[in-house]
Write a protein of this length. Structure first.
Length: 236
């Protein structure tokens, strides 16, 4: 992306293309990040994950990265879990790309130096155009290789994300089933306890009723016995 933006147009200098890129980055920092540390607010969102990954590619260039962009990437690293694990491959690639870019620029400077000297002697531009075309071809080849490598890395990440999602879904399903069984067992125990309490209360009520009937019969017997004695006394 950086190479397309900075090196892609053959009629503009590298400095001019970097100025264009700075304008694009200003839209990010002065508009989306003007009131919050992230695009969506105080916490990173899927938009930040996408933008931050692309901005990391700037470390694979010789361009001076603006302070606000560096601060944004630092905030992303602090608030995103497993940031180092997720970006380690990309960081290594950017480091290698930056070293190769520096080497290429040194080689290009040397080639241009020799080409200018030769042009001064030959008073022509054919060799210079040929060398410039070779450099452009090399850059195009590197960009194609980089695209292919990034696509492969993206496929690997997608496959790993899918695997992790399946593992999490399986884990959540297992935990949910276990929790549901535990709740069912808990409520079953509560129901059995309530049934035992109800049976005890029914037995207690039946015992009290039998006791009341026994006392009632006893009182009735005493009353009859008293009446019988009173009748015997009256006859006497």
């Amino acid at each position: 992306w950086y190479q397309r933006r900075v090196h892609g147009h053959p009629f503009r200098t590298k400095e001019q293309k970097e100025e264009d890129l700075i304008k694009v980055l200003d839209v990010l920092t002065q508009y989306f990040l003007s009131e919050s540390p992230f695009i969506g607010g105080e916490w990173p969102s899927i938009a930040d994950y996408s933008v931050a990954m692309h901005l990391l590619l700037l470390y694979g260039t010789t361009m001076t990265i603006p302070v606000n962009v560096r601060r944004y990437l630092h905030n992303a690293a602090e608030h995103c879990d497993n940031w180092n694990e997720a970006t380690s491959t990309l960081k290594d690639y950017c480091t290698n790309l930056r070293n190769e870019l520096k080497k290429s620029e040194l080689e290009l400077a040397e080639i241009e130096k020799r080409s200018n000297a030769k042009n001064a002697l030959l008073n022509g531009d054919d060799e210079h155009d040929k060398l410039r075309q070779q450099v452009e071809d090399r850059r195009n080849t590197e960009e194609k290789n980089w695209r292919r490598k990034m696509e492969e890395e993206e496929k690997k990440r997608d496959a790993e994300d899918a695997r992790r999602r399946r593992e999490l879904e399986s884990k959540w399903q297992h935990e949910w089933e276990q929790k549901r069984k535990e709740e069912e067992e808990h409520w079953k125990q509560q129901e059995n306890a309530l049934k035992r309490q109800l049976q005890q209360k029914e037995e207690e009520a039946r015992r009290l009723q039998e006791e009341a009937e026994r006392l009632k019969r006893k009182e009735e017997e005493k009353r009859r016995e008293k009446e019988h004695k009173e009748r015997d006394k009256e006859r006497d």
